[in-house]
Design a protein around this ligand. Structure first.
Ligand code: FAD
Length: 492
């Protein structure tokens, strides 16, 4: 396993292909450091013996100890631990821990490449290629990100119907030694600090949409890859630092006639498996949300409870109701993820068919529970922000700048006038209002909310997954029986 320092040294050696606001930047540019520090927590915690077994796992390929973020789930216990590790690390980071896209994409491709080879009866070596790639990924403790979301152009048109076929990433040339791909994936979190980019399709594909049925991995600085990045850092503080300052980045990852050697291609042309790969990444990722969303709920709950205390309104009845609401959603989201882990098996749910064995035996969380949990907690993020806004009052929005709390002409006056609950030291109160301002009033806070809402798919995507996989007909039958409705032939 790597240390954080080794990870940073690796980033330093990478080719410059990150564009930020008109300039090319180095990966260890100061502006990326809060994001690198956040990612670094995944390495620090794996190295800490206190978190052994939670943040580490045993590779099923080599038997060596590896970072859990590089692991393929070998049983229910692994699914439970991924959920719990995610909750813990998001609590520590104060938001997204960023490395889950890599573990979710590797688990999806591991299964799908196996099934595609099986269907091709030995004509392809996708799974063998992937396992070889995975061995190095685990051994070198690489950071992976997942590029799933295509730019998609006209939302009402399929990939093959778009005026510009590059609006979904596709193969433009097949060669003896590899393929050439073109297109762009957008919103790709932490691609600018990742070692490897894993690419999977966005959606189900028609048989004629072979060129879009693609999965591969490339180093994030690969020739032909450009990243245009947006960086979401909090306002820098000079005097009153936070306990931990997280950062996030998202890239437009552009494949500009990019050559991918066959050993890095894990799917190319098998449309059924392209759709399965899209579905499976989304499923693993929604399961990850059952760890991160409860952590965000924990942090919201803590912030609301402190805001109530610092405002002196802890005993007000509406505060209790709102605290209960946050706990309800967070723990139901966690419970849904727990159930998805507990009912996990090496099987995939296929609408109209039911569960079928899928992949070489690694564990897949139960789809209904992963989806209902993600849907419940994802849709709650703006409601929870509303609760925090309500209980905090307006103070975080108009809070004076740091220097005014240092300037002798204003310092004492400000501390006098921000005092509410006399038992709270005004410097502590100031830190809380700054922290809540970071969540509710900063650009970074706004982006975090949008990511929490749309990441893993907009809520309608979960609604589609839930309703296509749930046995609604069985429920209709129950009601017909109770109501005394006869089973008749449809009335012509
Ligand atoms: C901060 C952030 C981080 C992210 N990180 C990643 C990442 O690391 N990797 C990754 O792959 N993706 C990532 N995403 C992408 C995320 O998964 C998408 O935002 C999400 O799937 C929605 O896609 P979209 O943004 O293209 O929105 P759109 O698809 O444009 O959705 C806008 C609206 O249109 C509706 N809509 C879209 N298509 C149709 C249709 N055919 N019929 C009817 N309604 C439709 C949607 O339901 C929604 O209401 C991230 C997103 C954000 C905001």
């Amino acid at each position: 396993m790597r240390s954080k320092q080794q990870y940073i040294e690796g980033l330093r050696k990478m080719r410059r292909n990150i564009y930020l606001n008109g300039e090319k930047i180095a990966r260890d540019d100061e502006v990326q450091m809060p994001t690198i520090n956040t990612m670094g927590l995944t390495l620090d915690y794996a190295a800490d013996p206190k978190h052994e077994g939670l943040c580490t796992a045993t590779s099923h390929l080599t038997g060596e100890k590896i970072n859990r973020f590089c692991h393929i789930h070998q049983g229910k216990e692994d699914l439970h631990r991924k959920q719990d590790m995610t909750r813990l690390l998001c609590q520590v980071a104060g938001g997204c821990i960023q490395r889950c896209m890599g573990i979710d994409a590797t688990n999806a491709i591991y299964n799908v490449s196996y099934e595609a080879d099986k269907q091709n009866k030995g004509a392809t070596q996708y799974h063998q290629n992937f396992v070889k790639w995975l061995e190095r990924f685990q051994k070198e403790d690489l950071v992976g990100c997942c590029a799933q979301t295509d730019v998609k152009g006209d939302r009402m048109k399929r990939p093959s119907e778009q005026k510009d076929p590059d609006l979904y990433v596709r193969v433009v040339e097949r060669k003896s030694d590899g393929i050439v791909v073109r297109g762009s994936k957008l919103h790709i979190s932490e691609a600018s600090v990742a070692d490897e980019i894993l690419v999977v399709p966005t959606r189900a594909l028609l048989p004629e949409e072979k060129d879009w049925a693609l999965a591969f991995a490339v180093p994030a600085d690969w020739e032909g890859v450009k990243q245009v990045v947006s960086v979401h850092n909090l306002r820098d503080r000079q005097h009153f630092k936070r306990g931990f300052t997280p950062g996030y980045t998202d890239s437009y990852v552009i494949f500009d006639n990019c050559f991918i050697p066959w050993e890095r291609v894990f799917l190319c042309g098998e449309t059924i498996y392209g759709g399965a790969c899209a579905l499976l990444f989304a499923l693993f990722h929604r399961h990850s949300y059952s760890g991160c969303k409860p952590a965000l709920g924990d942090l919201m709950l803590g912030a609301v409870a402190l805001a109530a205390e610092y405002n002196g309104i802890t005993k007000a009845p509406h505060v209790r109701d709102k605290l209960a609401e946050i706990i309800r959603v967070s723990e139901l989201g966690y419970a849904a993820g727990f159930t998805a882990s507990e009912l996990g098996k090496p099987e995939l749910y296929v609408p109209g068919v039911g569960f079928i064995p899928f992949g070489p035996g690694s564990y897949i969380p139960h789809s209904i529970y992963a989806n209902v949990g993600r849907c419940l907690t994802g849709e709650a993020v703006y409601r929870e922000a509303e609760i925090l806004c309500d209980i905090a009052g307006g103070i975080p929005a108009t809070f004076p700048y740091e220097e005014d709390f240092v300037n002798p002409e204003t310092k004492d006056l400000l501390y006098k006038y921000i005092t509410r609950n006399p038992s709270i030291h005004p410097e502590d109160a100031a830190q809380l209002w700054r922290y809540i301002g970071d969540i509710l009033c900063s650009a970074s806070g706004g982006i975090h909310l949008m990511g929490s809402y749309h990441g893993g798919g907009s809520p309608v995507m979960e609604a589609i997954a839930i309703t296509t996989q749930y046995d609604i007909e069985a429920r209709k039958k129950m009601v017909k029986k109770l109501a005394g409705i006869q089973d008749r032939k449809p009335n012509p």
